[in-house]
Design a protein around this ligand. Structure first.
Ligand code: ADP
Ligand code: MG
Length: 310
């Protein structure tokens, strides 16, 4: 039997109420996906796609309109307490009481979860996020990066098997981004399943082993990162030939061949395996006289744009 998913989302719908009692905003329109255990899962999508809405439903901060979700096998409605205990969430917005120290922030959170004093890990967590030397500083005196790290520690207070980070690196500088990536990777190496939302393609590509793309409240792709990147490895040569095509040209190295009208052929191929010149040579070997050529190239950005239709 395969391992059950860390998170299972089925047909999740969220319609926010309109202030005037009208239709309201449909933020999630029937989203379904599983987050496998043990990996780093990226929920990628442009601003306004519905990422935070989805995370906030898991966090119990937003009430879903329809559908269901399970966290570590616990239904978020039926087994709310267990579901909450299985997940730690770092929200998109940084919010702290400015007069608490990092140590107090973690102790308060532990108290909130009813963790006995001798079982608390506040010191250890401060070490892990490299804030041990800020143990007793007021939260308001911390830099933006330190606050983010403190939020990660806070989310891990109850030792959940799943850590969710909502746009952890939106608007942060390169150095802090690197630090956060390291922290996330280290936690994942320790066995924590990580989910992060981002609108940075590159971030998802570098960090995540699986990526789901969400756009206008719909999940439009959900693949291992490798496969998404492979889609971007493809290149297209479109040719016009001098006479009507009797048969479709074929070759093992072509991933796809499509006719475009009577005299047009579009060949999709993997650019690691062939060059455009070789594609043309193959077509000519098959008796076609090429009159006109255009090429198109896809990178991950294109795949993303293609998928999001934007
Ligand atoms: P993302 O996190 O992907 O940027 P959000 O989940 O924050 O997207 O928002 C999805 C859509 O829902 C957006 O159109 C947003 O304006 C809308 N939305 C988010 N929160 C609320 C709310 N509290 N009330 C009404 N509409 C909201
Ligand atoms: Mg968001």
């Amino acid at each position: 039997m395969s391992t059950p998913p860390a998170i299972r989302i089925e047909n999740l719908v969220k319609r926010y109420a309109a202030p005037d009692g009208g239709e309201g905003k449909l933020a999630l329109n029937g989203v379904s996906f599983d987050v496998p255990q043990g990996g780093i899962f990226g929920l990628l999508g442009p601003n306004g796609a519905g990422k935070s809405t989805l995370i906030n439903i898991l966090a119990g901060l937003v009430t879903k309109t329809a559908g269901s979700a399970e966290i570590w096998g616990f239904d978020i409605d039926e087994q709310r307490r267990n579901a909450k205990r299985a997940i730690g969430i770092v929200p998109q917005e940084i919010v702290f009481d400015p007069f608490f120290t990092p140590y107090e922030v973690l102790e308060n959170q532990a108290g909130f979860y009813g963790i006995a004093k001798h079982l608390r890990r506040s010191e250890e967590l401060l070490e892990a996020v490299r804030l041990a030397d800020k143990r007793d500083a007021y939260a308001r005196t911390l830099s933006g990066g330190m606050k983010r790290r403190l939020l990660v520690a806070k989310a891990m207070v109850h030792t959940p098997p799943i850590l969710v980070l909502d746009e952890p690196t939106a608007g942060v500088d390169v150095e802090l981004r690197r630090q956060l990536w390291e922290l996330v990777t280290a936690l994942n190496d320790d066995g924590v399943t990580v989910v992060l939302t981002t609108h940075y393609l590159e971030e998802a590509e570098q960090l995540c082993d699986r990526i789901a793309i969400i756009n206008h409240g719909e999940c439009i792709a959900n693949k291992p990162t490798r496969e998404l990147v492979d889609m971007a490895r493809e290149k297209i040569v479109a040719v016009t030939v001098d006479s009507d095509l009797a048969t479709i040209p074929q070759h093992d190295a072509f991933t796809k061949v499509e006719m475009a009208g009577e005299r047009g052929v579009e060949v999709t191929y993997n650019k690691d395996q062939l060059t455009a010149g070789q594609v043309l040579a193959i077509l000519q070997e098959q008796g076609l006289t090429v009159q006109d050529v255009t090429t198109r190239e896809a990178d991950l950005e294109d795949v993303f744009v293609q998928l999001t239709g934007g």
